[in-house]
Design a protein around this ligand. Structure first.
Ligand code: DX5
Ligand code: ZN
Length: 212
């Protein structure tokens, strides 16, 4: 299966999001990655529900929404009503991640689970049957443009063997410091999130490099 690319609009021009989303779609992107931060779970504030709703109106691609917020259970319904296709929560952000993942599916979106670099991959394994997506963070969540953490690659292999041995349908996505070199190291992943790498150069060129 060829790799999917989900450009992170955190590195896009926020004054021209419609133009940016259409440009990466025309350049061959598969999904649009939307980083939602609350200033508590991570030390940064980004965008919320109204921006997702506005993106939904103009995006030809599915919205891959990454919630870096505490108590995601309070907000999943609003993010799904706004048009999130994939909705990913952090395993550390809530007491009962399984309940939140089930709720996301009931509300009609595709549930995803993710983990911080310091969280052991074992914490997400029991949740994989509830998910369409598992996201491996290869930087500390909070900001674009950070360096790839090589010590996270082993999590991708562990997830790949768990998914194949249990015949699960979960896609593996990787997020943080992805570029031409680091994407090669993550060849067992299905989806590459990339912010600064895509928005920092010719979009079509960047996306075609990641797809190879
Ligand atoms: C970081 C975000 C990432 C970020 C990736 O917390 O989850 O999606 O935008 O940016 P790059 O690709 O620049 O590391
Ligand atoms: Zn992200």
């Amino acid at each position: 299966m060829s790799k999917k690319v989900s450009p992170s609009i955190l590195s896009a021009d926020f004054a021209n999001l419609e133009k940016e989303v259409k440009a990466v779609a025309a350049a061959g992107a598969d999904w649009i990655h939307v980083d939602v931060m609350d200033g508590h779970f991570v030390p940064n504030l980004t965008i919320g529900v109204p921006v997702v709703a506005s993106l939904k109106k103009v995006s030809p691609l599915p919205l891959d929404v990454h919630l870096m917020i505490e108590e995601p259970e309070k907000y999943v319904e609003a993010f799904i009503k706004a048009g999130s296709d994939y909705l990913t929560i952090h395993v550390e952000s809530t007491r009962d991640p399984a309940a939140v993942l089930k709720r996301i599916r009931e509300l009609g979106a595709k549930p995803g689970i993710t983990l911080r670099p310091r969280t052991p991959v074992e914490d997400v394994l029991p949740l994989l049957p509830l998910c369409d997506l598992v996201l491996v963070m290869t930087v500390e969540p909070g900001f674009g443009g950070q360096s790839f953490m090589h010590d996270q690659i082993a999590k991708i292999s562990k997830l790949r063997s768990e998914i194949s041995s249990k015949k699960l349908k979960c896609l593996i996505e990787v997020d943080g410091g992805i570029n031409a070199e680091t994407a090669k190291l993550c060849h067992e992943a299905d989806v590459f999130v990339a912010g600064s790498f895509v928005f920092g150069r010719n979009y079509a060129e960047a996306i075609s490099i990641l797809k190879k």
